[in-house]
Design a protein around this ligand. Structure first.
Ligand SMILES: [Zn+2]
Length: 260
């Protein structure tokens, strides 16, 4: 699904573009090649490839796979996609450990234990090709993507800022969603203190497109949604939490209904 001049949605559970357990996976056409932001859990890789081809692109043109954070639902498809395309797998520096030690990832255990993921899922560790830190600029041909680490959902959560022809897009992973909902969860590394401190990094960025890792994206005035989260984090009432509000989406009965 083409969503702007240079951005395509090629994987997503809500938009039924790929496997029901996939996050939103965005493709950037930077002119000289393609970059994919997040890959989904790994069960929808063939769907992603089909969607990339449906826009007239050769998956071999994929040069970068950029991962927003270490949660498996965002990078599980990366090893297979890297094998097929030879793209470089680039992850936040502090995500490296978790990609290389999936057996220690509590969130994987939680998702298996609470029946959100198939019991036979058996994720494998993998090593990234490159890591980036807060403030790093990732070159994509003549353009670039800026990495902004915003802790709160996880310690490694990174937003990617991409500007093209004056259009400013931000890919926020699970940091901030439509209407300013935040991705605070009951799991290791998630912290409201971190949110209060780091969300301000997204102030005054004059964002047009807000492209989160789940649910709807917005094409204009994305900054307004971000500003709502910043304002709520300054107040004493808890901000709305995306994963609480949308919990039904990861339940078995909802997943099963999509298969009917
Ligand atoms: Zn996450």
């Amino acid at each position: 699904m083409q969503i702007s001049e240079t951005i395509y949605l090629v994987g997503s559970e809500q938009f039924a573009l790929s496997h029901i357990l996939d996050c939103n996976c965005y493709l950037i056409d930077y002119g000289e090649g393609l970059a994919l932001i997040d890959t989904g859990l790994g069960l929808g890789v063939e769907d992603l490839l089909r969607n990339i081809r449906s826009h007239g692109f050769d998956p071999k043109s994929l040069t970068h796979i950029l991962i927003t954070h270490y949660h498996l639902g965002h990078w599980g498809g990366a090893p297979k996609l890297r094998e097929i395309t030879d793209a470089k797998l680039c992850v936040p520096a502090s995500a490296r450990y978790w990609l290389e030690h999936v057996a220690e990832d509590l969130t994987i255990q939680q998702n298996l234990q609470f029946g959100r993921w198939p019991k036979d899922l058996d994720p494998k560790s993998c090593s990234p090709d490159e890591v980036f830190n807060d403030g790093d600029r990732i070159r994509l041909g003549g353009g670039s993507v800026d990495a902004i680490v915003v802790q709160g959902h996880t310690k490694d959560s990174t937003c990617f800022l991409w500007e093209h022809n004056g259009y400013r897009a931000i890919f926020t992973g699970d940091v901030v969603f439509y209407s300013g909902m935040i991705g605070l969860i009951n799991s290791e590394g998630s912290s409201l203190d971190d949110y209060r401190r780091d969300m301000k990094k997204l102030e005054d960025l004059e964002i047009d497109g807000l492209f989160p890792g789940h649910s709807v994206f917005v094409l204009r005035n994305g900054q307004k949604h971000i500003n709502r989260a910043i304002r709520k984090l300054a107040d004493f009432v808890l901000p709305e939490m995306f994963f609480e509000t949308n919990e039904f989406m990861w339940q078995n009965d909802y997943a099963a209904s999509l298969n009917e």
